[in-house]
Design a protein around this ligand. Sequence first.
Ligand code: ADP
Ligand code: MG
Length: 350
Amino acid sequence: MSLIDNENIYTTPITTLGEFGLIDRLTKNFTPSNSKTVKAIGDDCAVIDRGDVFELLSTDMLVEGVHFDLAYVPLKHLGYKSIAVNVSDICAMNGKPTHVIISLAVSNRFSVEALEEFYLGVELACKKYNVDLAGGDTTSSTSGMVINVSVIGEVDKDKITYRNGANVNDLLVVTGDLGAAYFGLQVLQREKDIFKDNPKVQPDLSGHDYALSRQLKPEAPVKYLKILEELSIVPTSMIDISDGLSSEALHIAKSSKVSVCLHEEKIPIDYTIMNAGTEFKLNPISCALSGGEDYELLFTIDQKDYEKLKKDPDFTIVGYVSDPSEENSFIASDGSSHKLIAQGWDSTQD
Ligand code: ADP
Ligand code: MG
């Protein structure tokens, strides 16, 4: 019995809106009133005018059972990852992180040593990304572990990159390679299932080092920003790839009021993932488009910057920006054109 019937008065299931529809609905009445707010909701970070520079703010939550499974994720790796994924959002604005704040909710299942292990990972990441741990909050949870990290950073005003700056005829570029993190998750999940059925079987993770490191120890894409700076390129728009290439490309398209076209044959995938695809009955391209957690960057550049970037193997041109009257599209390797959707592409369409 409840004193207030909160659950039965309000009945619309969240699934009818999806994550982004829900955020839009909950935040629709909020307009920034502080004159220093340059950007509030809708990009990888909020942007605040601090005079000489823009300050960047972002937050991310990791929930046990949803974002991580302690059956196969070492706590030290989890600590590292919780910082890296936040730094990634600062990178998406072309900025540098300066501070993080960590809030933790943990059940009494966790020991002091376990949490110290988590903080060893946090410490490693703070050193690696040159950020100061500036505080947090600690509380109990009725079940499991919830981690919330907020990050602060800054960027020169003339270097900031939003999701909404892509122009028609710009080139779409991704850093590194895609799909491996999702692949790593499948490897871990498979071994967990085998272990559940027969605890005597040793896990077989051989040959999957790259995928596992991408899943368990993701790095924020800091190094690519340095290269872009050296090449004197400021992308016209940028986003980090946390949810899969297609979803992120569609975010750029929507924010910039343009359309995007992705070419299957251009999508960079590590050869180990290409080879292992059949073993797991997984299409590596689908992993890249919809898998998520790669923490690479997707950005757009003006065509005049193409010459500067084309020889650098860190970057791959995966498509281009087109007029908003056109459909967001995916050109398959056989040349057929499909509608690009957040889950990949619409294979029922030519
Ligand atoms: P990312 O994938 O880069 O972490 P999200 O997809 O989580 O970004 O969020 C998209 C935008 O919506 C961001 O600007 C974020 O700050 C905002 N946002 C997400 N959840 C909420 C919320 N519960 N209330 C207000 N704003 C939110
Ligand atoms: Mg992001």
